[in-house]
Design a protein around this ligand. Structure first.
Ligand code: EPZ
Length: 418
C-alpha cells in the first residue's frame, strides 16, 4: 500500500527539469521490434510503465535494459522476435498492446491479449484491428487473445473513425514494412505520433505527414537499428505548470517544446495565470485572483484529455464557475468525488462537470484511481489546508511521473511517502 502525505499551502518556487515523454518512449520501444540489431533510446524516463514494456520486449526474445552507465538510456538488442505477448503484462499496461503491429510486420504472426479496460474507460482496440486488417492481415479473437496473421502486408488506405493515438501508431509501425503505400486518414496528430515517425524515419522508414490528419507510409524491405532521443513529456510539464499556479508559486519549467503546451498556456492565460514561454522553458507564477474558465478536451492540438483532471483541481479554487467537457474518454471523472472530499464544489452532468470555485481546499484522505486523477489529487494536496493523505495502491503515480517526490521536494513541497 503506497501512501503519500502532503502538507499543503507551500508556495512552490525554483526550477523543474521535465523528463522524457512516457507515451512517446512506450511507442518507440514497441517500434524497436521492427529493427534488427542494437538500438539506443535516450531521454527515457525511469518509470514503472517503461519497465513493463521492457519486460514485454524480453518476453518476445528481445534483450532490452536501462543502460548501466548512461542515465535515462535504454539499450535494445533485437535478433529473432517471438510472436506471443504475455497476458499478465499486456493486461497490466494497455500500451503494451501497441506491440501487435510491429510483431505482425516483423514475423507475419502476432498473438497479443486484449488489453484490459481501466478506470477511465473500456479502451477498445477495434481501430487498431481495422487498420491491420486493411493491410491484409487476418484477425481472430480467441480466449481473450487477438491473433493476427499476415506474411506479406500490403499498403492500403486506412480511415480511422476516431483519431486514435494508439491505432495511428499501430498502423504506422506495421505499414513501414508493408508492400506499397499506406495512407492513414483522420490520423492522430499528437506530438508523440511525430516523435514515433521521426524515430522510424531515422531507422530508414519512408513516412510523410506525421502531425497532420493524413500520414503516408511507403513500405520498405527492412529497417535498421538507430540511436534516438525521446521528446520531453508535455503532460509532466503541464502538471508542474499547474502546480505553480495552484500554490501561487513561481516555477521555471525546463526542457519543453512550446507547441506541445500551447493549448494549456492559452487556457492558463485566460485564467489570469502568469505564463511566459521562452524557447525551451516556461515560467509560471500564480497569484490570487485566478479566474474560472470553460474547457473542452479534444484530440491534439485541442486541450489534452491527459491534462483535464489537473486543470479541474486548479479550477476548483478559481473565482467563478467553470464547465469542463471531456470528449475523448467516457469515464475520466474519477477524480471529482475525491476533490469534493477536499472541499471542492464539482457537479457531474453527463460528459461535463460544473465547477464552482471555492476559496480553498482542505486536506482529506483520498484515493488514486488512475494516473492523471492521481496527479490532480497531488495538486489539490499541495494547495489544501493541512496534511492530505493520498492512497495510491496501484502505484499509478510512479507509473507516469519520474522522481515526483524528489522533484516536488526540491521546489518546496512538504511531501513524504510511506
Ligand atoms: C494514448 O492512449 C495515451 N497513452 C493516453 O495517455 C492518452 O490519454 C490518449 O492517447 C489520448 O491522447 C499512451 O500513449 C500510452 P486513443 P490511447 O486510442 O492510444 C477510443 C496517460 O495518462 N478508441 O487515442 O489508448 C478510446 O476508447 C494515458 O498517459 C476506440 O474507440 O488513446 C478513447 O475513447 C491515458 N477504438 C479514444 O478513442 C480504438 O481502437 C482515444 O483513445 C482505439 C481507441
Amino acid at each position: 500500500m503506497k501512501r503519500i502525505y502532503i502538507k499543503g499551502r507551500k508556495k512552490l518556487e525554483g526550477e523543474v527539469l521535465v523528463s522524457g515523454s512516457k507515451n512517446s518512449a512506450l511507442a518507440i520501444l514497441a517500434a524497436t521490434i521492427l529493427l534488427p540489431g542494437k538500438s539506443v533510446i535516450r531521454n527515457v524516463p525511469n518509470l514503472l510503465d517503461v519497465k513493463t514494456i521492457i519486460r514485454v520486449l524480453r518476453a518476445l526474445g528481445i534483450r532490452a535494459e536501462y543502460s548501466g552507465s548512461q542515465p535515462n538510456t535504454v539499450e535494445v538488442w533485437n535478433s529473432n522476435v517471438k510472436h506471443v505477448a504475455p497476458y499478465e503484462l499486456v493486461t497490466k499496461m494497455r500500451a503494451s498492446f501497441f506491440v501487435i503491429g510491429p510483431i505482425l510486420a516483423r514475423t507475419g504472426l502476432a498473438k497479443v491479449p486484449l488489453p484490459g479496460g481501466c478506470a477511465i474507460g473500456s479502451r477498445p482496440v477495434n481501430l487498431h484491428i481495422k487498420g491491420l486488417e486493411a493491410l491484409g492481415a487476418r484477425v481472430e479473437m480467441e480466449h481473450g487473445f487477438v491473433n493476427v496473421w499476415g506474411k506479406n502486408l500490403k499498403g492500403n488506405r486506412v480511415y480511422l473513425d476516431f483519431p486514435s493515438v494508439g491505432a495511428t501508431e499501430s498502423v504506422m509501425m506495421a505499414a513501414t514494412l508493408a508492400e506499397g503505400e499506406t495512407i492513414i486518414e483522420n490520423a492522430a496528430r499528437e506530438p508523440e505520433i511525430i516523435d514515433l515517425a521521426e524515430f522510424l524515419k531515422a531507422a530508414g522508414a519512408n513516412i510523410s505527414g506525421a502531425g497532420t490528419e493524413e500520414i503516408r507510409i511507403q513500405g520498405m524491405a527492412e529497417l535498421f537499428p538507430v540511436e534516438y532521443r525521446v521528446i520531453p513529456d508535455r503532460i509532466e510539464a503541464g502538471t508542474f505548470m499547474i502546480a505553480a499556479a495552484i500554490t501561487r508559486g513561481n516555477l521555471l519549467i525546463k526542457d519543453i517544446i512550446p507547441d506541445h503546451i500551447e493549448a494549456l498556456v492559452r487556457k492558463l492565460k485566460e485564467m489570469k495565470v502568469d505564463v511566459e514561454v521562452n524557447g525551451n522553458e516556461v515560467r509560471v507564477s500564480g497569484k490570487d485572483g485566478i479566474k474560472a474558465a470553460d474547457v473542452k478536451t479534444m484530440p491534439y492540438p485541442g486541450f489534452p484529455t491527459d491534462m483535464q483532471p489537473q486543470l479541474t483541481a486548479l479550477l476548483s479554487v478559481a473565482k467563478g464557475t467553470s464547465v469542463i467537457t471531456e470528449t475523448v474518454f467516457e469515464n475520466r471523472f474519477m477524480h471529482v468525488n475525491e476533490l469534493n472530499r477536499m472541499g471542492a464544489d464539482i457537479k457531474l452532468e453527463g460528459q461535463s462537470t460544473i465547477v464552482n470555485g471555492v476559496p480553498g481546499l482542505s486536506s482529506a484522505p483520498v484515493k488514486v484511481s488512475d494516473l492523471r486523477a492521481g496527479a490532480a489529487l497531488v495538486l489539490a494536496g499541495l494547495a489544501a489546508q493541512g496534511e492530505t493523505m493520498i492512497e495510491d495502491r496501484d502505484h499509478h503515480l510512479e507509473r507516469g511521473y519520474e522522481n515526483l517526490k524528489q522533484k516536488l521536494t526540491r521546489i518546496g513541497a512538504e511531501i513524504r511517502v510511506v
